[in-house]
Design a protein. Structure first.
Length: 261
């Protein structure tokens, strides 16, 4: 039977402990991720078929276990479970040192290749529908040259594929990594879109990756993920080399002007 709600009604014999168990299961599976706001107390109690006092009891138990944060006046949120991938000082340091960026890509390449293969094996109908919807939105963003929507759909696609791997550890760890990507810590994604003038190559790579997962082609999905990151790495190396050539050319021009005076 297809679920109609994230939460399932609980029988009166279970109550608070069953609420705790159900929310814990959703967190452990990576369905509820850190920072996610839970439904309002009223909606949650109705979905779970429990009284609001019993719901509060369960939420307080989850808070004591460090799994949720109850913010008065704001609601209940899934707690930070994996912590920050890097502290601000290290992020700043990485942002100034190019080798760190390529270490980041190396890590992503291996994890995303693994995730794509698992996703092609394990993706459910819902996972595939989600990926297909993101690809449609990605195409719209590309055609309209909407850079903000392109960035968001890029991260959304990679996240959806990792989620479809059904590997909870991978889901939680990569969520932290994608936060760095969303913050633009390592690079400005817009640069990639300018390489071929339109961003078409980047778009085609994402479509190929998403379709391979949808079609359940494990080898093609893994290869597409690896080749995508290889493209990103190659493109940025080219960009760095071009900047270096331009800097050297400018120094030669300045030296030549100085010598002619």
């Amino acid at each position: 039977m297809t679920p109609t709600s994230l939460f399932e009604p609980i029988g009166h014999e279970s109550l608070a402990d069953a609420v705790v168990a159900q929310i814990e299961e959703l967190i452990a599976a990576g369905i509820l991720k850190q920072g996610r706001k839970l439904p309002s107390e009223r909606d949650l109690a109705e979905s779970l078929n429990v009284s609001r006092p019993k719901l509060r009891e369960a939420l307080h138990a989850l808070e004591e276990r460090g799994l949720v944060q109850i913010r008065h006046g704001e609601g209940t949120f899934v707690a930070a479970l994996t912590g920050q991938a890097m502290l601000p000082a290290l992020l700043s340091l990485y942002g100034r040192h190019e080798p760190a960026f390529f270490d980041y890509l190396e890590y992503r390449r291996e994890q995303e290749g693994f995730a794509a293969r698992l996703a092609a094996q394990r993706a459910t109908k819902s996972d595939k529908a989600r990926i297909a919807e993101i690809l449609q939105e990605m195409e719209r963003a590309w055609r309209e040259q909407d850079s903000e929507a392109s960035r968001e759909t890029d991260i959304a696609l990679h996240t959806a594929i990792v989620d479809a791997s059904q590997n909870a550890t991978l889901i939680h760890m990569m969520a932290s990594i994608y936060d760095l990507t969303r913050q633009g810590v390592f690079y400005n994604r817009d640069f990639l879109r300018t390489i071929d003038g339109t961003g078409k190559e980047l778009f085609d790579q994402h479509v190929g990756l998403g379709q391979a997962v949808i079609e359940g082609d494990e080898a093609r999905a893994e290869t597409a993920a690896l080749e995508h990151i290889n493209y990103v790495e190659k493109s940025f190396r080219m960009g760095i080399e071009q900047k270096q050539r331009e800097a050297m050319a400018e120094k030669r021009r300045l030296l030549s002007r100085s010598a002619s005076k």
